[in-house]
Design a protein around this ligand. Structure first.
Ligand code: NOJ
Length: 524
């Protein structure tokens, strides 16, 4: 029997932007709860909620100041329990974001740690002496710009931070840190959460002697400064796998919980996060559909490489968007975003979809005075555009909030919203719904084999099959028409990017127009 996280579909909720019930312009837990009927209608199996813990919000919740509570902006632990109960009653799983690499600089642990060199929590974070000239201990850089170290004037040492200086990195070599973090995970597991998406899992542990990172010979100035070095000693250290194993062992003490890891690494490194004998993460996030150019040959090769690299028995997964990346409809266009939906929901492996992508939301337009994201402010790659409020209806505030929202509503909200799209059979939303419904109904699509087919130009084609059924998926990642010969196969189009093609009988050489994509139920 497959686990729910293998057969199911994960939907990411960015809580600040999903639904605001409290009326402060920021989404909340009650808002998420009010939309559970929608998520049930859509047909997803699990929601992953970005951080809702107490936080000064320097990085919008990825700077946690208490791992075992809920930020009042979002509600309370009681609200969370209620959401969890309601979700479970509807058959929906709830995955929490867990942020173990760093805390907020306002977390009591860090306040203690920085208070003096001999504080018992000094070693909970990464402290090091300045170099002789007063410079930081090594050349590590922060992902969000500037050095990866900040000097604490009063104790005369630097602390390490992979992200903002308000996000000091924990010292995972310290057993007390591990113990405290596992206790926090246990707090939520005991309440019944169905798993965690672990933030920057590959960053967790650093070289014990803080060696300098080497220069990146392929660095080009259009990349952020962080990319000027190769993070050889600050990420993806061999010791990280011991931690992943310990987290997994904790989850294994409960029934059917999932460990998802955020890992941006090349495929051959990524798959090591499944762990030896798969005692690591169940699903190290596979971001290739986000990171690769939208090019059929490149994507076909990447699917092949990934399938080939998976350890025996490891379960694949695919992600099309998240709160850190430009939205798919902006990256490839609205028409291709429909092709992408069919790809995501027919590939072998658990799909994760980002709130709003199902209605074809595009990146918002943010005026400089509306900017929120520290990454955007520091290194110019703002993530605000992909975090604009969910567009529920054509009302002012898009049905998200009755007051001014924390980020502006998308300019197309009058046409691109759940209410309008629900009425329109040809909408992106109804395409998603039909695809999800098909995937839920057909074990061949959920769990069946993946068989690549040779295709040229902009076409991508494969078969998904199990003992019960066979499906042929043909996708045109370009704008030009092609023919795709299917030999003596025959079948019927069951879901198509252009819904007019649904129920069409196909055989011989199939015409595939630009932006076309379809799932064909084969006759045999
Ligand atoms: C990855 C998260 O997805 C991102 O939003 C955050 O800024 C960094 N980790 C730091 O926690």
């Amino acid at each position: 029997m497959a686990e729910w996280w293998q057969s199911g579909i994960v939907y990411q909720v960015y809580p600040r932007s999903f639904a605001d019930v409290s009326g402060d312009g920021i989404g909340d837990l009650a808002g998420i709860a009010s939309k559970l009927p929608y998520l049930e209608w859509l047909g997803v199996d699990a929601i992953w909620i970005s951080p809702v813990y107490p936080s000064p919000m320097a990085d919008h919740g990825y700077d946690v100041s208490n791992y075992v509570d809920i930020h009042p902006l979002f509600g309370s632990v009681a609200d969370f329990d209620a959401l969890l109960r309601d979700a479970h009653a509807r058959g929906l799983k709830v995955i929490l974001d867990f942020v173990p690499n760093h805390t907020s600089s306002e977390h009591p642990w860090f306040l203690e740690s920085r208070s003096s060199r001999d504080n018992p929590k000094r070693d909970w974070y990464l402290w090091a002496d300045p170099r002789a000239d007063g410079a930081p201990p090594n050349n590590w850089l922060s992902v969000f710009g500037g050095p990866g170290w900040t000097l604490d004037e009063s104790t005369g040492q630097y602390y390490c931070h992979a992200f903002l200086k308000e996000q000091p990195d924990l010292n995972w070599r310290n057993p007390e840190v591990r113990h405290a973090m596992y206790a926090a995970m246990k707090f939520w597991l005991d309440r019944g959460v169905d798993g965690f998406r672990v933030d920057v899992l590959w960053h967790l542990i650093k070289d014990a002697t803080f060696r300098d990172n080497p220069k990146n010979p392929d660095y080009s100035p259009d990349q952020t400064p962080y990319n000027s070095l190769l993070p050889v000693y600050s990420t993806d250290q061999p010791e990280v796998h011991e931690i992943v194993r310990e987290m997994r062992a904790l989850l294994d003490r409960y029934e059917s919980r999932v460990l998802i890891g955020e890992v941006y690494l090349p495929v051959q490194r990524l798959v090591t996060y499944y762990g030896v004998d798969q005692r690591g993460a169940h699903l190290p996030f596979n971001f290739q559909l986000i990171t690769l150019p939208w090019h059929a040959e490149r994507i076909a090769a990447a699917i092949g490489e990934y399938e080939g690299a998976l350890p025996v028995g490891a379960w694949p997964n695919w992600v099309l968007g998240n709160h850190d990346q430009p939205r798919i409809a902006s990256r490839v266009g609205r028409e291709q975003a429909r092709v992408a939906a069919i790809l995501l929901l027919t590939l072998r492996g658990t799909p994760t979809l980002y709130y709003g992508d199902e209605i074809g939301m595009r990146d918002g337009v943010i005026r400089p005075d509306e900017a929120e994201d520290p990454q955007g402010k520091n290194v110019g790659l703002s993530r605000d555009p992909q975090r604009t409020p969910m567009q529920w209806s054509a009302e002012p505030g898009a049905g998200f909030s009755t007051v001014k929202p924390w980020l502006p509503i998308g300019l197309d909200a009058e046409r691109c919203n759940v209410e309008v799209e629900r009425q329109d059979e040809r909408s992106s939303l109804n395409l998603y719904r039909r695809l999800i419904e098909l995937r839920r109904r057909e074990s061949a699509l959920q769990l069946g084999e993946y068989i690549p087919l040779a295709a040229s130009g902009d076409l991508l084609a494969f078969i998904r099959q199990d003992a019960s059924r066979r499906f042929l998926v043909v996708l045109n990642l370009g704008h030009h028409s092609h023919h795709f010969p299917i030999g003596d196969l025959r079948g019927e189009v069951v879901v198509a990017a252009d819904s007019f093609r649904e129920r069409e009988r196909v055989s011989g050489s199939i015409p595939v127009f630009g932006e076309d994509a379809f799932v064909i139920a084969l006759d045999h």
